[in-house]
Design a binder for this molecule. Structure first.
Ligand SMILES: [Fe+2]
Length: 212
């Protein structure tokens, strides 16, 4: 590389990183009472209802009817997702003027020691996300079941500075934290090793164009 005697005026370079990928994180406040209620509701449901089998390797996943279970804490977490989706969508400034709303459905998840979620996408949805009702034990990063999002642009991994650019983005779950990402992004959850259960709510949100 050049050591300073460049023929290029770097201040004149028009350099843009295009085709970016939004990944949103938001730490909620004053949600401990809501989390306590949600934890009770979800653990009771786990006892009474067999798991569905989707991405979970071990663990328990409810049906996608979570927001129809009823109660104020479920309504509150629904509204949190609605507002997070709205605030995040506003950041995508190219769609400011398009009237739209979102159909959101969700399901509850309980992962215990040794459980994980295999990599998957959510076809036909727009945004997907998670709310951690209880992230479980605060373990080091190799044990805590990190959330993993994979770069959908596979070609950059093999041909653009191969081995040097990140192929995945990792998030350490925290109680009260939300995340949101485009549903086409492949993601999974590494194995969790805590003694206390990890409880979260996952959602898919589909954009609907509103008719005038
Ligand atoms: Fe997912």
């Amino acid at each position: 590389m050049s050591n300073g005697n460049s023929n290029i005026d770097e201040s004149k370079l028009q350099f843009e990183n295009v085709f970016s990928l939004p990944i949103v994180q938001y730490q909620t406040k004053d949600t401990s009472d809501m989390n306590k209620e949600l934890k009770e509701i979800i653990l009771k449901k786990e006892k009474d209802t067999p798991t569905t089998n989707k991405s979970n390797q071990g663990g328990w996943q409810s049906e996608g009817d979570f927001f129809r279970w009823g109660g104020s804490s479920i309504e509150k977490v629904y509204n949190l997702f609605l507002d997070l989706i709205s605030a995040s969508t506003k950041k995508l400034d190219f769609i400011q003027t398009i009237p739209m709303d979102f159909h959101i459905y969700g399901w509850a998840n309980v992962n215990r020691k040794g459980h994980s979620n295999i990599a998957h996408i959510h076809p036909m949805s727009t945004w997907s996300g998670t709310y951690y009702v209880d992230a479980g034990d605060d373990l080091d990063e190799s044990k805590c079941g990190l959330f993993e999002a994979y770069n959908p642009n596979l070609s950059h991994l093999t041909s653009f500075f191969p081995g040097l650019l990140a192929g995945e983005y990792l998030i350490k779950p925290k109680t009260g934290m939300m995340n949101l990402f485009p549903s086409y992004v492949r993601h999974g959850v590494r194995t969790y090793y805590g003694d206390n259960p990890r409880i979260c709510i996952a959602v898919n949100a589909s954009m609907r164009i509103k008719s005038p």
